[in-house]
Ligand binder design. Structure first.
Ligand code: XBP
Ligand code: MG
Length: 230
Protein backbone atom coordinates (compact mmCIF):
# COMPACT_ATOMS: atom_id res chain seq x y z
CA UNK A 1 0.00 0.00 0.00
CA UNK A 2 0.99 3.56 -0.71
CA UNK A 3 1.99 5.45 2.41
CA UNK A 4 4.02 8.36 1.07
CA UNK A 5 4.49 10.53 -2.00
CA UNK A 6 7.92 11.99 -2.70
CA UNK A 7 7.87 15.07 -4.93
CA UNK A 8 10.65 16.42 -7.10
CA UNK A 9 10.62 20.23 -7.12
CA UNK A 10 11.88 21.89 -10.30
CA UNK A 11 9.62 20.98 -13.21
CA UNK A 12 7.35 18.84 -11.02
CA UNK A 13 5.83 21.02 -8.29
CA UNK A 14 6.17 24.02 -10.61
CA UNK A 15 7.70 25.21 -13.87
CA UNK A 16 10.68 26.90 -12.25
CA UNK A 17 13.50 26.46 -14.74
CA UNK A 18 12.92 29.73 -16.57
CA UNK A 19 13.21 31.53 -13.24
CA UNK A 20 16.43 29.62 -12.47
CA UNK A 21 17.77 30.58 -15.91
CA UNK A 22 16.89 34.24 -15.33
CA UNK A 23 18.59 34.17 -11.91
CA UNK A 24 21.76 32.65 -13.38
CA UNK A 25 21.84 35.20 -16.22
CA UNK A 26 21.10 38.15 -13.90
CA UNK A 27 24.07 37.13 -11.74
CA UNK A 28 26.39 36.65 -14.68
CA UNK A 29 25.43 40.15 -15.85
CA UNK A 30 25.66 41.74 -12.39
CA UNK A 31 29.20 40.42 -12.03
CA UNK A 32 30.14 41.68 -15.51
CA UNK A 33 31.06 38.19 -16.70
CA UNK A 34 29.58 38.50 -20.18
CA UNK A 35 28.04 35.02 -19.99
CA UNK A 36 24.47 34.31 -21.06
CA UNK A 37 22.52 31.05 -21.24
CA UNK A 38 19.74 31.11 -23.86
CA UNK A 39 16.94 28.53 -23.78
CA UNK A 40 18.67 26.20 -26.21
CA UNK A 41 21.89 26.20 -24.20
CA UNK A 42 20.00 25.85 -20.91
CA UNK A 43 18.21 22.75 -22.21
CA UNK A 44 21.61 21.15 -22.86
CA UNK A 45 22.95 22.28 -19.50
CA UNK A 46 19.98 20.81 -17.60
CA UNK A 47 21.51 17.39 -18.20
CA UNK A 48 23.93 18.45 -15.46
CA UNK A 49 21.96 18.64 -12.20
CA UNK A 50 22.82 21.25 -9.60
CA UNK A 51 23.56 24.91 -10.19
CA UNK A 52 27.22 24.86 -9.14
CA UNK A 53 27.86 21.72 -11.17
CA UNK A 54 26.04 23.31 -14.14
CA UNK A 55 28.20 26.45 -14.07
CA UNK A 56 31.42 24.40 -13.80
CA UNK A 57 30.33 22.19 -16.69
CA UNK A 58 29.47 25.19 -18.87
CA UNK A 59 32.84 26.83 -18.23
CA UNK A 60 34.82 23.66 -18.92
CA UNK A 61 32.74 23.12 -22.06
CA UNK A 62 33.68 26.60 -23.28
CA UNK A 63 37.37 26.09 -22.52
CA UNK A 64 37.38 28.26 -19.38
CA UNK A 65 39.07 26.86 -16.25
CA UNK A 66 36.31 26.52 -13.61
CA UNK A 67 38.97 26.89 -10.89
CA UNK A 68 39.54 30.48 -12.07
CA UNK A 69 36.10 31.47 -10.73
CA UNK A 70 34.52 31.42 -7.27
CA UNK A 71 31.60 29.22 -8.28
CA UNK A 72 30.19 28.75 -4.74
CA UNK A 73 30.01 32.56 -4.31
CA UNK A 74 28.45 32.99 -7.74
CA UNK A 75 25.88 30.33 -6.91
CA UNK A 76 25.06 31.94 -3.55
CA UNK A 77 24.28 35.15 -5.45
CA UNK A 78 22.14 33.14 -7.87
CA UNK A 79 20.14 31.63 -4.98
CA UNK A 80 19.59 35.10 -3.54
CA UNK A 81 18.40 36.37 -6.92
CA UNK A 82 16.17 33.31 -7.46
CA UNK A 83 14.44 33.59 -4.09
CA UNK A 84 13.86 37.32 -4.67
CA UNK A 85 12.38 36.65 -8.12
CA UNK A 86 10.25 33.85 -6.64
CA UNK A 87 8.80 36.25 -4.05
CA UNK A 88 7.55 38.31 -7.01
CA UNK A 89 4.76 35.73 -7.32
CA UNK A 90 4.95 34.82 -11.02
CA UNK A 91 5.24 31.08 -10.39
CA UNK A 92 2.25 28.81 -9.72
CA UNK A 93 2.09 25.13 -8.81
CA UNK A 94 1.56 22.82 -11.81
CA UNK A 95 -2.05 21.68 -12.44
CA UNK A 96 -3.15 18.94 -10.04
CA UNK A 97 -0.33 19.42 -7.52
CA UNK A 98 -2.31 21.40 -4.93
CA UNK A 99 -5.23 18.95 -5.18
CA UNK A 100 -2.93 15.94 -4.84
CA UNK A 101 -1.19 17.42 -1.80
CA UNK A 102 -4.56 18.13 -0.15
CA UNK A 103 -6.13 14.75 -0.92
CA UNK A 104 -3.00 12.82 0.06
CA UNK A 105 -2.89 14.68 3.33
CA UNK A 106 -6.59 14.02 3.94
CA UNK A 107 -6.01 10.34 3.19
CA UNK A 108 -3.24 10.08 5.79
CA UNK A 109 -0.34 9.79 3.36
CA UNK A 110 2.98 11.35 4.24
CA UNK A 111 4.51 13.93 1.93
CA UNK A 112 8.16 14.40 1.11
CA UNK A 113 10.48 16.33 -1.18
CA UNK A 114 13.59 14.95 -2.90
CA UNK A 115 15.24 17.62 -5.00
CA UNK A 116 18.53 18.71 -6.46
CA UNK A 117 17.92 22.33 -5.63
CA UNK A 118 18.81 23.83 -2.28
CA UNK A 119 16.63 24.48 0.75
CA UNK A 120 16.17 28.28 0.40
CA UNK A 121 14.68 27.75 -3.06
CA UNK A 122 12.19 25.18 -1.75
CA UNK A 123 11.13 27.48 1.07
CA UNK A 124 10.73 30.40 -1.36
CA UNK A 125 8.61 28.32 -3.77
CA UNK A 126 6.22 26.96 -1.14
CA UNK A 127 5.89 30.37 0.53
CA UNK A 128 5.14 32.06 -2.83
CA UNK A 129 2.72 29.42 -4.15
CA UNK A 130 0.99 28.16 -0.98
CA UNK A 131 1.59 30.96 1.51
CA UNK A 132 2.97 28.45 4.01
CA UNK A 133 6.23 27.10 5.39
CA UNK A 134 7.55 24.17 3.37
CA UNK A 135 8.04 22.30 6.65
CA UNK A 136 4.29 22.63 7.38
CA UNK A 137 3.32 21.15 4.02
CA UNK A 138 5.95 18.38 3.82
CA UNK A 139 6.86 15.89 6.56
CA UNK A 140 10.31 15.37 5.08
CA UNK A 141 12.51 17.55 2.87
CA UNK A 142 15.70 16.19 1.31
CA UNK A 143 17.66 18.78 -0.66
CA UNK A 144 20.58 18.66 -3.07
CA UNK A 145 22.99 20.42 -0.73
CA UNK A 146 22.53 17.66 1.85
CA UNK A 147 23.85 14.76 -0.24
CA UNK A 148 27.21 13.82 -1.73
CA UNK A 149 25.87 12.92 -5.18
CA UNK A 150 22.97 14.66 -6.89
CA UNK A 151 20.43 13.04 -9.25
CA UNK A 152 20.67 10.70 -11.20
CA UNK A 153 22.40 9.17 -8.14
CA UNK A 154 19.89 7.69 -5.65
CA UNK A 155 21.25 9.59 -2.62
CA UNK A 156 18.56 12.25 -2.26
CA UNK A 157 15.70 9.73 -2.58
CA UNK A 158 17.42 7.38 -0.13
CA UNK A 159 17.74 10.29 2.30
CA UNK A 160 14.03 11.10 1.93
CA UNK A 161 13.10 7.43 2.54
CA UNK A 162 15.38 7.24 5.58
CA UNK A 163 13.75 10.34 7.04
CA UNK A 164 10.29 8.97 6.27
CA UNK A 165 11.28 5.70 7.94
CA UNK A 166 9.67 3.77 5.07
CA UNK A 167 10.90 1.14 2.62
CA UNK A 168 10.79 2.19 -1.05
CA UNK A 169 7.87 -0.18 -1.74
CA UNK A 170 5.52 2.02 0.31
CA UNK A 171 6.28 5.22 -1.55
CA UNK A 172 6.12 6.67 -5.04
CA UNK A 173 8.21 9.41 -6.63
CA UNK A 174 6.79 12.10 -8.93
CA UNK A 175 9.27 13.50 -11.43
CA UNK A 176 9.57 15.51 -14.64
CA UNK A 177 13.00 14.45 -15.91
CA UNK A 178 15.03 11.41 -16.89
CA UNK A 179 17.71 12.24 -14.31
CA UNK A 180 14.96 12.33 -11.69
CA UNK A 181 13.43 9.04 -12.83
CA UNK A 182 16.84 7.33 -12.80
CA UNK A 183 17.52 8.65 -9.30
CA UNK A 184 14.16 7.43 -7.97
CA UNK A 185 14.49 4.03 -9.59
CA UNK A 186 18.07 3.62 -8.33
CA UNK A 187 16.61 4.11 -4.84
CA UNK A 188 14.13 1.29 -5.55
CA UNK A 189 11.12 3.56 -5.95
CA UNK A 190 8.28 3.44 -8.42
CA UNK A 191 8.11 6.71 -10.34
CA UNK A 192 5.48 8.57 -12.35
CA UNK A 193 6.77 11.19 -14.78
CA UNK A 194 5.05 14.31 -16.07
CA UNK A 195 7.41 16.05 -18.47
CA UNK A 196 7.77 19.83 -18.06
CA UNK A 197 8.70 22.49 -20.62
CA UNK A 198 12.40 21.66 -20.56
CA UNK A 199 11.97 17.87 -20.41
CA UNK A 200 9.09 17.39 -22.86
CA UNK A 201 10.34 15.39 -25.81
CA UNK A 202 13.00 13.63 -23.73
CA UNK A 203 13.08 9.85 -24.14
CA UNK A 204 11.71 7.99 -21.13
CA UNK A 205 11.84 4.19 -20.69
CA UNK A 206 8.85 2.28 -22.13
CA UNK A 207 7.79 0.98 -18.72
CA UNK A 208 7.65 4.43 -17.17
CA UNK A 209 4.14 5.71 -16.37
CA UNK A 210 3.74 9.11 -18.05
CA UNK A 211 1.05 11.72 -17.43
CA UNK A 212 0.52 15.03 -19.23
CA UNK A 213 0.00 16.78 -15.90
CA UNK A 214 -1.01 15.80 -12.37
CA UNK A 215 -4.76 16.39 -12.71
CA UNK A 216 -5.35 12.73 -13.63
CA UNK A 217 -3.54 11.55 -10.50
CA UNK A 218 -4.70 14.22 -8.10
CA UNK A 219 -5.96 11.64 -5.57
CA UNK A 220 -4.00 8.77 -3.96
CA UNK A 221 -6.58 6.32 -5.40
CA UNK A 222 -5.97 7.54 -8.96
CA UNK A 223 -2.23 7.39 -8.40
CA UNK A 224 -2.43 3.79 -7.11
CA UNK A 225 -4.62 2.84 -10.07
CA UNK A 226 -2.00 4.16 -12.50
CA UNK A 227 0.75 2.25 -10.68
CA UNK A 228 -1.24 -0.98 -10.99
CA UNK A 229 -1.61 -0.66 -14.77
CA UNK A 230 0.52 -3.21 -16.66
C1 XBP B 1 16.63 20.74 -10.89
C2 XBP B 1 18.05 21.14 -10.97
C3 XBP B 1 18.52 22.32 -10.22
C4 XBP B 1 17.96 23.63 -10.69
C5 XBP B 1 18.74 24.78 -10.13
O1 XBP B 1 16.57 19.56 -10.11
O2 XBP B 1 18.84 20.48 -11.59
O3 XBP B 1 19.92 22.35 -10.32
O4 XBP B 1 18.03 23.70 -12.11
O5 XBP B 1 18.81 24.77 -8.74
P1 XBP B 1 15.19 18.96 -9.47
P2 XBP B 1 20.18 25.05 -7.97
O6 XBP B 1 14.19 18.89 -10.57
O7 XBP B 1 15.64 17.62 -8.96
O8 XBP B 1 14.77 19.85 -8.34
O9 XBP B 1 20.84 26.20 -8.68
O10 XBP B 1 19.77 25.41 -6.56
O11 XBP B 1 20.99 23.78 -8.05
MG1 MG C 1 12.81 18.16 -11.89
Amino acid sequence: TLRAIIFDVDGTLAETEELHRRAFNDCFAAQGLGWHWDQHRYRELLRVTGGKERIAHDLADRGIDPAAHDIPALHRAKTERYTALMAGGEIALRPGIAALIASARAGGLRLAIATTTSRPNIDALIRATMGRDASEVFDVIAAGDEVAAKKPAPDVYLLALRRLGLPAAHAVALEDSLNGLLSARAAGLRCVVSPATYTRGDAFPDDCPLVADFTDISTPAALEMLLREP
